[in-house]
Design a protein around this ligand. Structure first.
Ligand code: C2E
Ligand code: MG
Ligand code: MG
Ligand code: MG
Length: 281
């Protein structure tokens, strides 16, 4: 997956298709206007607790509802937003929208659903990020223990010392911190534990082959065991079938996300999902 800005630029310049370049630049030009006009929505993918399979939270995933092109996925415009710096206002919009959504769920009778949002690297480097998050939490009245940030290994490694300090500031605000796409970077779990994190999300590339490839199974098993012994909660991403759930239960994975349970849903559909998969309290 082409994630970093570098990757994405390579993709554009290597491509000989003028169409691709056109589409890319057109999207970039439209992004500023899209932010002004709020052409974005958040979708919510349920997080399911094992082994009882109740909904305990959700991940917020942004979509751009483009007036001509329809729904555009974040992989197509987040890199553009990073390059242009527009990720800063866009990222703030995501956090505010997510916090309001948490309050709506609370009012709808679901006070203990947790919600996570993804941060991008430029956003994470932003000097006043912690202040901004604190301000939005206050403004929306959200209890920070239900709010979670998803970060990637590469984001933290740009300046490890500064990252550690930033994460501690977030912890002081009461937020939960998780490592997204774990296993795709180069850092070891032992090293990552120097950062004050609570959750590990195993990248879906490892979950894909679960039960089919014994080496891959061994990696997932060892990762979950080590994470658990370091008191980290583990979430498996991209769970698409029952066989994967069986293996994950066997390894004592705490939560799963994936199309087997639900794709990301708009706020209305998510509420319907919550109603029909109500956690037993
Ligand atoms: P991510 O944070 O790792 O999110 C998981 C992605 O996997 C989502 O794609 C989700 O729809 C997809 N997914 C979930 N279950 C399955 C499954 O069972 N099978 C498969 N094949 N895929 C599954 P999406 O929504 O297109 O988001 C892609 C990436 O864009 C995210 O990866 C995240 O890095 C980024 N992103 C999304 N929303 C935001 C945002 O608000 N801000 C920032 N900075 N990045 C975002
Ligand atoms: Mg994520
Ligand atoms: Mg992920
Ligand atoms: Mg990702």
């Amino acid at each position: 997956r082409a994630k970093s800005m570098g990757h994405n630029m390579c993709f554009v310049y290597q491509s000989s298709m003028a169409d691709n370049i056109d589409a890319y630049l057109t999207l970039g030009g439209g992004l500023r206007k899209a932010i002004e006009e709020e052409q974005f929505i958040l979708h919510y993918q349920p997080k399911i607790r094992l082994p009882d399979e109740t909904v305990v939270g959700a991940e917020a995933l942004i979509r751009w509802i483009h007036p001509e092109l329809g729904m555009i996925s974040p992989d197509q415009f987040i890199p553009l937003a990073e390059e242009s710096g527009l990720i800063l206002p866009l990222g703030e919009w995501v956090i505010r929208r997510a916090c309001r959504q948490l309050q709506e769920w609370r009012k709808a009778g679901y006070p203990d659903i947790k919600l996570s949002v993804n941060l991008s690297s430029r956003q994470f480097m932003q000097a006043d990020l912690v202040d901004m998050v604190e301000k939005v939490l206050e403004e929306t009245g959200v209890d920070s223990k239900y709010f979670e940030l998803e970060l990637t290994e590469s984001m933290l490694m740009v300046d490890a010392q500064q990252s550690i300090e930033k994460l501690h500031s977030f912890r002081k605000l009461g937020l939960t911190l998780s490592i997204d796409d774990f296993g795709t970077g180069y850092s070891s779990l032992a090293y990552l534990k120097k950062f004050p994190i609570q959750t590990l999300k195993i990248d879906r590339s490892f979950i894909h082959d679960l039960g089919l490839d014994s080496d891959n199974d061994a990696i997932v098993k060892a990762t979950i065991a080590m994470a658990n012994s370091l008191n980290l909660k583990v979430i498996a991403e991209g769970v698409e079938n029952r066989a994967q759930v069986d293996v994950l239960n066997k390894y004592h994975c705490q939560e799963v996300q994936g199309y087997l349970f639900s794709k990301p849903l708009n706020s209305g559909d998510f509420l319907v999902y919550l109603d029909s998969h109500r956690a037993v309290v």
